[in-house]
Design a protein around this ligand. Structure first.
Ligand code: GRF
Length: 186
């Protein structure tokens, strides 16, 4: 069975959905990598019985140093795909070189519009009428890698930011597992 490793920094709702929809069916979710000790995704991993590797970036001098540690963990697993799901950190050269073309991310906006930390807020400020999510390959830039797939919806005038966030998350939970399963089959 193919193996994936998920990277997350926060709540981990995408991580949980990926495990629930794909683990032991389409692939093995072999590890959760987390850069935030105390993040809720680690609780989810515990309940889902997925092994975790947590590190504190502040304990390392450079990004290359902590990415080397991550690589050591990944070398044991040999993942077919690395899935970023709310990992709030740019991937550095060390990981990019070791896993070129094998790292994907989900972004809560229709790239190339609204990259960066607050894709939903930026899209709303701009006043867009159609919103959506993008799955893309990861390169050295901020949400600049080749687009793999997108999904969208038309927002209604009176929807609050919270309601939109809920819709975006629901869309992510549909799209991301589908894309992962498809990539693993290719
Ligand atoms: C998602 O909206 C994703 O698009 C973005 O970070 C968020 C993570 O949410 N990259 P969660 O931690 O999976 O709930």
């Amino acid at each position: 069975m193919k193996k994936i490793v998920v990277f997350a920094s926060g709540s981990g709702s995408n991580f949980q959905t990926i495990v629930e929809k794909l683990h032991q069916k389409e692939c093995e979710v072999a590890l959760l990598v987390c850069d935030q000790p105390g993040a809720y995704c680690l609780e989810r991993a515990k309940h889902l019985s997925i092994p975790t590797f947590t590190f504190n970036p502040k304990s390392y001098e450079t990004k290359a140093d902590f990415e080397k540690e991550i690589c050591k963990q990944l070398e044991i697993i040999h993942p077919d795909l690395i899935v970023l799901a709310g990992y709030m950190r740019l991937i550095g050269e060390t990981l990019l070189e070791a896993y070129e073309g094998k790292i994907i991310n989900i972004h809560p906006a229709l790239l190339p519009a609204f990259p960066g930390r607050d894709g939903i807020g930026d899209a709303l400020k701009y006043g867009v009428k159609v919103m959506g999510v993008t799955v893309h390959y990861v390169d050295a830039g901020i949400d600049t890698g080749k687009i793999i797939d997108q999904a969208c919806f038309k927002r209604t005038e009176n929807e609050t930011k919270e309601e939109i966030e809920t819709r975006i998350h629901a869309l992510e939970h549909e799209l991301y597992p589908q894309v992962i399963a498809k990539l693993l089959k290719a």
